[in-house]
Design a protein around this ligand. Sequence first.
Ligand SMILES: [Mg+2]
Length: 320
Amino acid sequence: VSPALGNGPEFDRIRAIIETLGERASGLGDDCALVPLGNEYLAISTDLSIENVHFKRAWLDPQEIGWRAAAGALSDLAAVGAEPIGVLASLALPVHSPVPDFAAVMDGIGAAAAAVGAKVIGGDLASSPNWTVDVTVIGRSQHPVRRSGAQAGDGLWVTGYLGGARAGLSAFTSGQSPAGAVRDSFVHPVPRMAAGRWLAQHGARAMIDLSDGLAGDARHLAAASEVAIVIEMERIPLGPGVQDSALAMGEDPFTFAARGGEDYELLLALAPGFSSDQATEFEQAMNLPLTRIGTLSPGRGLTLTLAGRPISLGGFNHFT
Ligand SMILES: [Mg+2]
């Protein structure tokens, strides 16, 4: 059985694939495949990063292309609270690319793996007109956290700050050269590996990493858990450059952050008993904010409120 997915063209395609595969597939649609093995699970996920789709060569050097691709893949292990083991990476670069370019991409992948205690354990090479990096990550967990365990009454929490990656991306796409924290938010995301494990051990009932944007990913959590989610937008912790970028685009900063993808923070449901003392304990142990931004209730779907009024917006989508 596969968990329910939120709306949107990408998920229509996934639903069509799940339907076509039928009995030949199992468990599709969560952040990781979870394969029972002895008294634990192998957690496995794969993530594709393509030039001119996910990044432009003018924005990132080859090492950064590797880091970013691997960090995005590792983030899916964080989302189930797994401990990382290894990373496999397939690279396809234009046919006459110099040898050091391949090594530099792998250097970035190796750095992201090493940062979470994993090793590069395999891969493949090919040529392609566009730089293409496909990263598969493997981890382990005794009690993985799925998207489907949230219950009405739980609080909705998020790690870190949101919207920073979109602020960086907006700067790149408008021809600026972002620097410092704004650039880092897009170029150098940090998978929340230790945070994911801490939260899994402290009662996270459902968890997802923020790759498509808060609005889109919250819909997936709501759909998989068969609950309704209300997010109070003004509680969203704003990342670097978000205020300025939103202002420049004439958009509300909280809306801007909620529509931004690729922050790779964790969105999770915690039982109502999870206290502010525990949140403080998390923040001190992880050096990372943990913010309650909403509530789960009986029903279905996602409601976003700003100044007490419902508003509507979408997440990032590859197929629109
Ligand atoms: Mg994910």
